[in-house]
Design a protein around this ligand. Structure first.
Ligand SMILES: Nc1nc2c(ncn2[C@@H]2O[C@H](COP(=O)(O)OP(=O)(O)OP(=O)(O)O)[C@@H](O)[C@H]2O)c(=O)[nH]1
Length: 297
């Protein structure tokens, strides 16, 4: 059997469903998702297998006009992910296209020599006619090689897309062992899972600039793992929001994250969270490295 292996860059406006699609293609959760835009911070590789083909999916942060340092680091990570790919998937939310964020992406795609695949996502929430019109409009602008209509959420159209991607991958040895589904370290993945719970349980109360930092990750002799993390917020006033009344909120966040972590890691987890206020965290180099981003000026 000849092995095949290739890289697929997944790009798109914030909230288009890139992370959901990567998870669907991999067949299990590797990237966190949320209704809040720009959830994906670090560049993350999801690894999907289809027969003898390994498809490495670079899930990139939603690309948008960067202002702050954190945003710029996210954009840099996104384009790094799109470099020298065997195919570029542009994921477009068929319902909310976010044109002002999509246009610059289309512009950049024009000059790329890789195979370009348009993925119209969220077809479960869109009527058919506008979908076809949108596909026509976008392929008129960029010579997309192919168009797929999918629902990353329900899985509709995902097997077809996966089979097609597999067929496009070049011959070559696998880059990752068969059972590996992402390139994120377990430490980092654990932080992402806590961050996802922060979003889910605090909704809009939580400022976008909150981070979860790994403190320690220790395997215990009894086969369980002890994980300590710090939730960093930028202002004193944000601390009580995360803690909740008598610490009820952070306990609920910790409990939900712990449960999910035990499932993902397949072992018993002891999770300790604490909240720290650091006004300048978004300018602190070491935090970037910890959360998997490169430092950009
Ligand atoms: N109805 C519907 N919703 C979807 C679908 N795919 C994703 N979503 C939702 O869209 C939202 C954004 O999904 P994500 O996968 O986090 O989007 P993303 O492109 O990775 O977002 P960023 O991290 O901001 O770059 C979430 O609320 C998802 O549940 C879909 O096929 N149908």
């Amino acid at each position: 059997m000849t092995e095949k292996c290739g890289l697929v860059a997944v790009i798109g406006a914030p909230n288009a469903g890139k992370s959901t699609l990567v998870n669907a293609l991999v067949g299990q959760k590797v990237a966190i998702t949320s209704a809040k835009a720009q959830t994906t911070r670090a560049r993350l590789m999801g690894i999907a297998l289809e027969g003898d083909v390994q498809i490495i999916l670079a899930d990139t942060p939603g690309i948008f006009a960067p202002r702050r340092r954190l945003d710029r680091a996210m954009v840099a990570a996104a384009w790094e992910g799109a470099q020298e790919a065997d195919a570029i998937l542009l994921v477009v939310d068929a319902v909310k296209q976010r044109r002002h964020e999509l246009e610059p992406l289309l512009e950049t795609l024009k000059d790329r020599s890789e195979r370009k695949i348009l993925v119209l996502n969220k077809v479960d929430a869109s009527a058919k006619e506008p979908l076809l019109a949108l596909a026509e409009d976008l392929t008129g602008k960029i010579g997309f090689d192919e168009v797929f209509f999918v629902s990353a959420l329900s899985g509709d159209g995902v097997p077809e897309l996966k089979a097609r991607l597999a067929a496009l991958m070049p011959e070559g040895p696998w880059h990752y062992p068969e059972d590996q589904v992402s390139d994120a370290s377990e430490r980092l993945l654990a932080c992402e899972i806590t961050r996802e719970q922060l979003y889910q349980q605090l909704h809009d109360e939580l400022p976008y600039d909150a981070a979860v930092r790994p403190e320690s990750y220790t395997q215990r002799r009894d086969g369980s793992v002890e994980i300590r993390q710090q939730i960093v917020v930028a202002r004193d006033s944000q601390k009580p929001i995360v803690l909740g009344k008598r610490g009820a909120k952070i306990r609920a966040i910790g409990e939900a994250a712990r449960k999910e972590l035990s499932e993902v890691l397949g072992q018993k987890v002891h999770l300790f969270l604490h909240v720290k206020v650091d006004e300048n965290w978004a300018d602190a180099r070491d935090i970037y490295e910890e959360i998997g981003l490169d430092w950009v000026k």
